[in-house]
Design a protein around this ligand. Structure first.
Ligand code: FES
Length: 160
């Protein structure tokens, strides 16, 4: 039907298209919102760092009781550096920096040697952090270990 040179819509059709229009508007609005969230979320994650187990810089939660079997080790975060928590064959906990003093590779516990090993140049450390053999020039920083409840804390030594 033509009115005044323009095509007009049947009132029944206009009423029927209103829900469709609302659906299209809702989909467009949802798409815009999803795009905005996808853009803003990474920026917020960058600006707001994730919660860490760092307790004031000198103490961190290195692990949980029962997490390590005897004669095993695990890497934990000590600030922005790796730390190494070791459970000795006799069940004691030891903690130290996991950054090799030679060229800063990350060390690991060797259950066959009962020592800390750097795979980069075959450096070896004792479980108190002393450099034993290979190129490492200095000991690893040794942390105090405290077990409180279910958590194992590694603390930077004050005398170091
Ligand atoms: S980096 Fe560890 S021994 Fe060279």
């Amino acid at each position: 039907m033509l009115e005044g040179g323009r095509q007009s819509m049947d009132p029944d059709r206009r009423l029927a298209s209103a829900p469709r229009r609302r659906l299209v508007q809702a989909l467009l609005g949802g798409g815009f919102l999803a795009t905005a969230v996808a853009c803003i979320y990474p920026v917020l994650r960058y600006l707001i760092p994730p919660k860490t187990s760092d307790l004031g810089g000198d103490t961190v939660v290195a692990g949980r009781v029962g997490e390590l079997k005897p004669n095993t080790g695990k890497i934990f975060r000590f600030g922005n550096r790796p730390g190494l928590l070791v459970r000795t064959p006799s069940g004691e906990y030891r903690a130290m920096s996991a950054t090799c003093t030679h060229l800063s590779c990350t060390v690991q516990y060797r259950d066959d040697l009962h020592q800390v090993w750097c795979a980069c140049h075959n450096g070896l450390y004792a479980l108190d952090g002393r450099n034993v053999s290979g190129p490492p020039p200095r000991p690893l920083e040794n942390f105090e270990v405290q077990v409180k409840g279910e958590e194992i804390f590694a603390r930077r030594r004050r005398d170091a």
